[in-house]
Design a protein around this ligand. Sequence first.
Ligand SMILES: *Cc1c(COP(=O)(O)O)cnc(C)c1O
Length: 396
Amino acid sequence: MAGVKSLFVPGPTNMPESVRRAIDVPMEDHRAPDLPDFILPLFADLKKVFKTEIGQVFIFPASGTGGWEAAITNTLNAGDKVLAARFGQFSHLWINLCERLGLDVQVVECEWGTGVPADIFGKILKDDTDHKIKAVLATQNETATGVQSDIAALRVAMDDAAHPALLYVDGVSSIGSVDFRMDDWGVDLAVSGSQKGFMLPAGLAIMAASQKALKASRSATLHRCYFDFKDMVATNASGYFPYTPPMTLLRGLRASLDVMLEEGLDNIFARHNFLAEGVRRAVDAWGLELCAKGPEWYSDTVTAILVPEGNDANDVIKQAYSRYGLSLGAGLSVVAGKVFRIGHLGDLNELMLMSALAGAEMSMRDVGIDIKAGSGVAAAEEFYRNNAPKLAIAAE
Ligand SMILES: *Cc1c(COP(=O)(O)O)cnc(C)c1O
């Protein structure tokens, strides 16, 4: 197929040219005397993205899943009770990882299309008077259903219950794209990955731990070796790693942090909200429903769209890819065949997204879904023409 392929899965995301070029470099000495001049500022700038001054950031060669494992194994003990909610494939997989690591997971089952139930968590924590629950897990953005949860509200619920559990947040598809505040929200372990908001290839688990989490890590007994914070803390302090770091990805991370800090986090968040709103207008004009059950759950990084009953969302995805070179996200597990997803995070603007909307619209019509030609595209077009990104949260 001539021309570019269009990548609109919610990770990996599109890479800025400067990032792509930064990765295309000769191999270099990861123990060079001047390496710390490069590495230490990376850590400092990552702290800005996580919004932490008191926490410590970690970069593990792994995907986001490795970040989950590092967070859990460094801070908990076999049999520890943790509280989590299941409302999509990623929250499910995190629960599954905890169970396989030998934790006692108290799972709150929630409808797919909703998110972290801060009120229910608050009640459970209040009732847990002898503080059996050691950790609360929250998926800030459930990538499978396009649901964003309110982590600040969860923090309030935990504080109201005066519960000392550690707060773990999966921010793989949200950190660096939507508002996230490690210190303000009292997040103890924040997990992200390189291939989403950081606009890099997969391969880095990027995470941060609070002082409380680091303290827990000094006595936690779950087995770990490769992911041990201790070895990282010891070597990172002088600007090195305990084993060979993926230098090309770190060069890319330098470039992506430069891009992010130049645009400014608040501007990035506003842009993601603006782009997402255009997608939602298109879905509405198509006469279709979102998987997310209400505006309080809308994700600004990915939209999951329900196809009308009797249709298979996988047909839309196949048609989009084979006929138009457009990659859309598939429905996973419970929502397989029922939804397709448009990822709208990372290095993205209105016209790029318009191509995805046009491709989704054409593909749906090709497979027999009754949609008015140009309806979604027109709605998004009108929204983008008449509005601008709003710095909604900048003033706080
Ligand atoms: C992508 C993603 C992950 C991690 O996936 P990897 O493939 O291991 O990088 C975890 N949680 C969420 C919410 C994600 O979107």
